[in-house]
Design a protein around this ligand. Structure first.
Ligand code: HEM
Length: 119
């Protein structure tokens, strides 16, 4: 699995089907975002990173009533990184051992020591 948020858990309210499977009231569900984001019924080439997908029904920020409240801030931070910081970056190199997070929910780098120069 390799999404920023790997999975959440939920309890079924009943009366729904997911992929042909009935969800009963009280069923425990694991919502696996990494799997949903590689669903071959939804995405062409689901295992390829393609920033130009349109439409892009990715689930990284969840879906429905609890859709991530901070998604616009997170997207703005990424836009600023690409538009403002990367063009000024003269060089970047590893300056230590990277460490991944070891949490069940949040995935990604916990530590990435780098040495960089701005122009
Ligand atoms: C890349 C960064 C982020 C990712 C991948 C992410 C992902 C998610 C996901 C998967 C959910 C659950 C949605 C669901 O239950 O269906 C969520 C909920 C939430 N996120 Fe984020 N998030 C990010 C950044 C942020 C930031 C920066 C903030 C606040 C400044 C934030 C605030 C929240 C809040 C308050 C909720 C709960 C919404 C609710 O339950 O109604 N998130 N996020």
């Amino acid at each position: 699995m390799d999404d920023a948020g790997q999975d959440l858990h939920a309890v079924g309210h009943g009366g729904r089907k997911v992929g042909g499977q009935a969800i009963a009231k009280g069923d425990w569900l694991m919502l696996c975002y990494a799997s949903g984001n590689r669903d071959e019924a939804v995405f062409d080439e689901p295992d390829r990173f393609r920033a130009d997908r349109k439409p892009n029904k990715q689930l990284a920020f969840g879906y429905g009533a609890h859709l991530c409240l901070g998604q616009h801030l997170a997207k703005m931070e990424m836009r600023i990184l690409y538009e403002e910081l990367l063009p000024r970056l003269q060089s970047v190199e590893l300056a230590g051992e990277p460490r991944m997070s070891e949490a069940l929910f949040v995935n990604g780098l916990k530590r990435l020591p780098i040495r960089f120069k701005f122009s």
